[in-house]
Design a protein around this ligand. Structure first.
Ligand SMILES: *[C@@H]1O[C@H](CO)[C@@H](O)[C@H](O)[C@H]1NC(C)=O
Ligand SMILES: *[C@@H]1O[C@H](CO)[C@@H](O)[C@H](O)[C@H]1NC(C)=O
Ligand SMILES: CC(=O)N[C@H]1CO[C@H](CO)[C@@H](O)[C@@H]1O
Length: 181
């Protein structure tokens, strides 16, 4: 009897973990805005989201860099929505060329880990030509349970030397063990 109830508890645990990793977590994009402040340097051909189903939204981006870029910094800020977006724990500046050589920043490694399979930016500097992010969606299993439930805005301000661009991505992350279909 004891073995059977332990077995049941184990199966229950496995079911809970599986449920937790799929149905019970909603992690999806809600908005995506791109802006280039110097269109002789970089143009966005498109930046868009597409809902595939209720829980899956894919992100596509195509930008063209017209002059080879080898000095790139990025300012990453994460905001959490609570009657307007409030700054939330992540506010970092990063040297992209150094990051692509050494992976030196553990936080940006998480962000990069989420999308590098979906993009052709997986190489060291310089960057020139079409920069593509294709059919990128958020996979909760890669983020673990680092974030509390909520709506977020990840504001990425890029400087290519003196040329600036902004890519702002909003997403929602909802962890709810009691959700049923
Ligand atoms: C825009 O970028 C081009 C190409 O890099 C550069 O020659 C030009 O000076 C930039 N314009 C401004 C206003 O910074
Ligand atoms: C990206 O946009 C450029 C310019 O419109 C186009 O030539 C290229 O084929 C596009 N690439 C993809 C993968 O959509
Ligand atoms: C810089 C970087 O992230 N390079 C990776 C590109 O993708 C290959 C294969 O997926 C990895 O092995 C590299 O580390």
């Amino acid at each position: 009897m004891r073995c059977i109830s332990m077995f049941c508890a184990f199966i229950g645990f496995v079911l809970l973990v599986n449920l937790n990793a799929s149905d019970a977590i909603v992690f999806r994009f809600t908005n995506f805005v791109c802006e280039s402040y110097n269109k002789s340097f970089l143009v966005f051909n498109y930046c868009r989201l597409k809902a595939v189903n209720r829980n899956k939204v894919i992100l596509n981006m195509n930008a063209t860099i017209l002059h080879s870029a080898d000095r790139i910094t990025i300012h990453c800020r994460l905001f959490k929505k609570a009657s307007g977006y409030r700054p939330w724990t992540v506010d970092r500046k990063l040297d992209i060329c150094r990051f692509m050589r050494t992976g030196y920043d553990p936080y940006f490694k998480i962000v990069y880990g989420l999308f590098h399979d979906f993009s052709n930016v997986n190489h060291t500097c310089p960057y020139v030509g079409h920069q593509i992010v294709k059919d990128f969606y958020l996979r909760p299993e890669l983020l673990g349970l680092l974030l509390p439930t909520g709506d977020y805005l990840l504001a990425l301000h890029w400087m290519f030397g003196k040329n600036a661009i902004d890519t702002n991505v909003s997403f929602s992350f909802v962890e709810d063990l009691l959700t049923s279909k």
